[in-house]
Design a protein around this ligand. Sequence first.
Ligand code: NDP
Length: 447
Amino acid sequence: MELTNEYLLGIQKKVEQKNPAEVEFHQAAKEVLMSLQPVVEKDPKYIESGVIERIIEPERQIMFRVPWVDDSGKIQVNRGFRVQFNSAIGPYKGGLRFHPTVNLGVIKFLGFEQIFKNSLTTLPMGGGKGGSDFDPKGKSEGEIMRFCQSFMTELYRHIGPDTDVPAGDINVGGREIGYMFGQYKRITNTFAGVLTGKGLTFGGSLARTEATGYGLCYFTENMLQANGKSFKGQTVVISGSGNVAIYAHQKATELGAKVVAMCDSNGYVYDKNGIDLAAIKQIKEVERKRIKEYLNYHPDAEYHEGCKGIWTIPCDIALPSATQNEIDEESAKALAANGCYCVSEGSNMSSTPEAIEVYFANKMLYGPAKAANAGGVAVSGLEMSQNSERLSWTFEEVDNKLKAIMKDIFENCDEKSKAYGMPGNYMAGANIAGFLKVADAMIAQGN
Ligand code: NDP
């Protein structure tokens, strides 16, 4: 697909001029603008109202200093971000990422995607994202806690249960959310549902930990079944070994698949007998060690340095669940050449635009991140509902709602892809479905 519409091309040019060097944001914007071509051609209201120029500009972007004291008593400084992108359909909602590669462009791409993803869940949530260039690797427990407390000491003034409700993302899990929640409570003297992904003893939701990985498999199973296939008996490769990857492994296995490879940022393991999830959980969740330790549990498995090689392993289904642009054109071609017929994204913007072209050229099924990984934020939305009610639902209740939401998301993407003349293009379907609801709300609200 090419971006050829003159009006939308003009918008893309402006995005690149006004946000120089924010390459990930340019990429995310272009993908959405490309998908909107048939929308503006069908209904001029979306041009006349200027809603696309509006949706592409964040409502507010906050950058701040995060000073914290390391174990040797030295003050370290990191940069904090919160981009409050769009509140047309609900309070800003989106995760916090702590990773040395975090910069404004990365947070903006994530925040922009979040608008459409949250809209797809059908829950009342706007789009936002935040984080820091803090690198938690090698930091002590005390350093992580002091960093989280300092981060929240600035962030607290910008968020609130009806304003902006952050959650986790890369390197921000239950531990970090707990420290940030504690600091918010201490500063504001309120016990509020201001973060999701909280511990179960203080307002967290059952099934939130599992939600993104499970949701990814529910979406993918719907997509597979609509195309005469299923996870049953299929060989699966999952990148990453964090929150999303672990629970994607668990659900894909439950649905009858065999997961043969996983990775971390250092390298990947291939186990032809199927990756032993208990070993991965012990290494990554309990010991917080490197994935190569897997060989201590299964000496007959293979470990390879570097992550890219994981896409050369023959598989039927690939579930990228580590980070953005992890599948490039070369990796997509390797997947296709080895018989992979389905790529469904757990990580945000897992695939480069060139990789997506390869999927379409090879008639592979492609589940785009903003639809396929929306289960995490959907259950965050359900956590907000439980906090408002001051009630906790059972695991089954939450899981059943998640299943229903992921089915609806798939059907919505499918239906929009057909209605706009691109059947089977779930990327366009997701972008259009997500956009229409938010755009109509923005037009109605006049801002
Ligand atoms: P985690 O921090 O739990 O795990 C991330 C995993 O990806 C780790 O195995 C990590 O390896 C690996 N990884 C991170 N950066 C890189 C990199 N640059 N190259 C190779 N591997 C890398 O994060 P999550 O599982 O929560 O998030 C994974 C992806 O899913 C992200 O794109 C996130 O935005 C997306 N996502 C997460 C949601 C959630 O609910 N958590 C919701 C929706 C999307 P290492 O340990 O070596 O760093």
